[in-house]
Design a binder for this molecule. Structure first.
Ligand code: NAD
Length: 283
């Protein structure tokens, strides 16, 4: 029988894009705790270095920060060369860079009569620049790093890619059409690439985190003045059967499971980690 542990991950070289962010940092900590060797590839090199040093000290694992822009192939190729030199061939990729922006967010959830005189707050007021930014970061920002960072895996005929999707990939959330469309594309791409690479030993899966309070959504779910939940934040709690927001560490189990050989016959899936949100019909 196959060994049921995460021991196979010990010593494996992983690149995580956006690894200096809130969820990324927690995933780096989980991967470091099982002895993976990690490159945090982030556009913010200063924070990436800081997170790498902290986690390295905490866990004893080898963690480095590397500057990379997931939307720029040249920058990714430069990062890959640096990672190869410092850590060796890349065996695991986590596509963690992503997020929403207020520029691609409508102010109203549904249009009503009163909004006909103030289209700026609706779909019609969205700036294409904001739409492009969010769509690119989440979709192209998953596709391009995969093109660059899986090349070593092809050589070895073995590797794992883990994409980070979201709840809005299944059913779009109100107000955030660009982010929802982009994450739906991430699910679709996860399936597509899993098929494309299945015979050369690379598995491709995703996790879809439910609701976690982080800087990208704080402005939507918390009331600035009271510090309590906004009506939208309360709606999320009411729609989550477990009745709470997730803690970043809640992603660790699903992450290590999908990265490890424990899931060696699993490819092309998206696992929700959402306190039951996606299972609930609201009644
Ligand atoms: P975050 O904003 O804390 O972190 C994102 C990281 O990506 C930052 O370190 C940032 O510097 C980096 N980054 C941004 N643009 C980049 C670029 N062009 N190139 C390289 N790095 C770049 O976000 P988070 O909340 O930790 O989210 C991580 C992932 O999880 C994202 O894909 C997000 O869409 C997804 N997600 C978050 C939630 C949530 O509740 N926070 C829910 C579902 C999915």
């Amino acid at each position: 029988m196959k060994e049921l542990s995460f021991n196979d991950l010990k010593g494996k070289v992983c690149v995580i894009t956006g690894g200096a962010g809130v969820l990324g940092t927690s995933m780096v900590r989980a991967m470091a705790s099982v002895g993976m060797r990690i490159a945090i590839a982030d556009i913010n090199k200063e924070v990436a270095d800081k997170v790498a040093a902290e986690i390295s000290e905490e866990t004893g694992a080898e963690v480095i920060g590397v500057e990379a822009n997931v939307l720029d192939k040249e920058s990714l190729e430069k990062a890959k060369a640096e990672i190869n030199e410092k850590l060796g061939p890349i065996e695991v990729l986590v596509n963690g860079a992503g997020g929403n922006s207020p520029q691609a967010t409508t102010k109203v959830e549904q249009m009503e009569e009163k909004d006909l005189d103030n289209l700026a707050d609706t779909f019609y007021g969205l700036q294409m620049e904001g739409f492009d930014k969010v769509y690119s970061l989440n979709f192209k920002g998953t596709l391009l790093p995969t093109m660059v960072f899986t090349l070593d895996m092809l050589q070895n005929r073995k590797g794992v890619v883990l994409n980070i999707s979201s709840m809005n990939s299944y059913k779009p959330l109100t107000k955030i059409p660009a982010y929802s469309a982009a994450k739906a594309s991430v699910n679709n791409f996860t399936e597509w690439l899993s098929v494309h690479l299945a015979k050369v030993g690379i598995r491709v899966n995703a996790i879809a985190p439910g609701f976690f309070i982080t800087h990208q959504n704080r402005f939507l779910v918390l009331d600035e003045k009271t510090g309590g939940f906004s009506p939208r934040g309360q709606k999320i709690i009411n729609s989550t059967p477990m009745g709470k927001f997730g803690e970043p560490d809640d992603l660790s189990g699903a992450t290590l499971f999908l990265l490890s050989d424990v899931s060696s016959f699993i490819t092309g899936i998206v696992i929700p980690v959402d306190g039951g949100y996606s299972a609930y019909g609201g009644v």
